[in-house]
Write a protein that binds this ligand. Structure first.
Ligand code: LIP
Length: 258
């Protein structure tokens, strides 16, 4: 039942963002310089809320634009109605709807849908990860030097210490390809599908990673914080990989050498 609602919700959100794509829509700004939010974000969120509330009116909703719509329920839907908003606003079709379902404090199910590439990723804890119904697995790349990585950058750049640009520089100076797609949820799904060997980001929100982190784990990958501890979607610092290059990637992020 919850799986049907999850699928209906991602499809409802995806339908809205497809309707808005390549049309003229309102764009406003949040904290930071290019932290955009569009009419499509809000309308996708409304469509997703409607689907979930039709079957589960008492569930807790945590969504990027509305924030926390709290209830006492043990079920919490963690929603990014449009992940990759800057891409979407510029007509770049690398964006998606991402929804994770947390039950009693642990994410148990997740779906990420990029309708522009017709790619629907799904996972249920303990049952694997799937792309359009086909089981997926992380890559078997064992060498960081031969890996293909992805990262993202925050809208409000951290002033103190060595940050995202230093790590990015350390990798590219070694000749390692590091992509910046602009959607954390898609970055994570592409690690799960074996397209990227690793993806890291310094500062994400729960809705960016709730579904994608479980998809990576269920595809045989590893997701931790920058100290190598179990990843917590409510804290900063996400390192994901095929597991084989994880320790080397943590060394790069923490020491900018390897
Ligand atoms: C985006 C993330 C991306 C990150 C951006 C932004 P949004 O989410 O998916 O990985 O680098 O700064 O947070 O704002 O498009 O939902």
């Amino acid at each position: 039942m919850v799986k049907d609602t999850l699928m209906d919700a991602v499809e409802a959100g995806a339908k809205v963002i497809q309707q808005y794509y390549h049309t003229r829509f309102r764009i406003t700004h949040k904290e930071g310089i290019n932290n955009l939010v569009t009419e499509a974000d809000h309308e996708s969120e409304k469509a997703i809320f409607e689907v979930i509330r039709k079957t589960y009116p008492d569930h807790y909703l945590l969504s990027e634009e509305k924030g926390a719509v709290k209830t006492e329920s043990k079920y919490k839907w963690i929603i990014d109605p449009l992940d990759g908003t800057v891409n979407f606003a510029h007509g770049i079709p690398i964006c998606c709807v991402s929804i994770g379902l947390e039950i009693e404090g642990r994410v148990q199910m997740g779906a990420v849908y990029n309708p522009f590439m017709n790619e629907l990723f799904f996972t249920e804890k303990g049952k694997g990860a799937f792309l359009n119904g086909e089981k997926i697995a992380v890559s078997n790349q064992q060498e960081v030097m031969r890996s293909c990585l992805a990262t993202g950058f925050p809208y409000v750049y951290p002033e103190a210490g060595k940050g995202p640009a230093d790590t990015f520089g350390a990798l590219v100076k070694k000749g390692i390809p590091v992509r910046r797609l602009g959607s954390a949820a898609i970055d994570l799904c592409w690690v799960a599908a074996g397209r990227f060997d690793g993806y890291y980001e310094y500062s994400l929100n729960p809705w960016d990673s709730a579904a994608g982190a479980l998809i990576v784990n269920e595809a045989g990958g590893k997701v931790t914080d920058f100290e190598g501890k179990d990843y917590n979607i409510y804290e900063n610092g996400l390192m994901s990989s095929n597991g084989l290059i994880h320790d080397d990637l943590l060394k790069v992020v923490n020491e900018h050498e390897f």
